[in-house]
Design a protein. Structure first.
Length: 164
C-alpha cells in the first residue's frame, strides 16, 4: 500500500495526466478521503433501491456497519462479486436471515434481512447470481437489504466499492 501511494504521489507530482495502472489485486483508485485511497473492487449492486440508512448512521442505537437499501419484498438479492458462501443462517442477532460471501483478497460481503436464502455454505457463486430473496427479518422495519463490505474483517463503506 505504501509503495502504491508513493507511485501515485510521484506520478501526480511529475505532471502526468493519468494515474499509473493499478496493481491487479488493488482494483481501480476511485476516491480520496482524509488521505486514504479507496478502491473499486469490481463489485455490483446486490439490489436496486434507495438507501434507507447509510454507512456509519445509527439504526436502533447501533452504528450501521453497512448500508440498508429499500427494496420490494421478494426482490432478488444478487452476489456483488464472485466468491464462496461461508455463512448462511439467522443466528446473528438483529440481522435475520444472513449470507456471508468470501471473495478472497481479505474481502467479504454480508447480505441480511432476507426472507429466503437460496444458497448453502460452501457453494461457489458468480457475480450477479441470485442468492436470496429480500425481506424484513431481523431488525428491518420494512422490506430492505442490509449490505456490508468487510476488508480483513473490518467494515468498509460499501459505496467505495460499488459503481456510481
Amino acid at each position: 500500500m505504501k509503495l502504491l501511494l508513493t507511485i501515485l504521489f510521484v506520478t501526480m507530482t511529475a505532471g502526468c495526466a493519468t494515474a499509473p495502472a493499478p496493481l491487479p489485486s488493488a482494483g481501480v483508485p476511485v476516491a480520496t478521503q482524509a488521505g486514504v485511497i479507496h478502491y473499486k473492487e469490481y463489485f455490483a449492486w446486490p439490489v436496486r433501491g434507495s438507501i434507507l440508512a447509510p454507512f456509519g448512521s445509527k439504526v436502533d442505537n447501533v452504528i450501521n456497519k453497512g448500508i440498508d437499501i429499500r427494496v420490494r419484498e421478494g426482490s432478488s438479492v444478487l452476489a456483488a462479486r464472485s466468491g464462496r458462501v461461508v455463512y448462511c443462517d439467522s443466528h446473528l442477532k438483529g440481522f435475520g436471515k444472513t449470507i456471508i460471501i468470501d471473495h478472497g483478497e481479505g474481502l467479504q460481503t454480508v447480505y441480511s434481512y432476507n426472507s429466503d436464502i437460496l444458497v448453502n455454505v460452501g457453494a461457489s457463486v458468480a457475480r450477479h447470481e441470485t442468492i436470496a430473496r429480500a425481506g424484513r427479518t431481523g431488525r428491518a422495519k420494512e422490506p430492505s437489504l442490509h449490505f456490508e463490505v468487510r476488508k480483513d474483517g473490518e467494515p468498509q463503506n460499501p459505496l467505495y466499492y460499488l459503481p456510481r
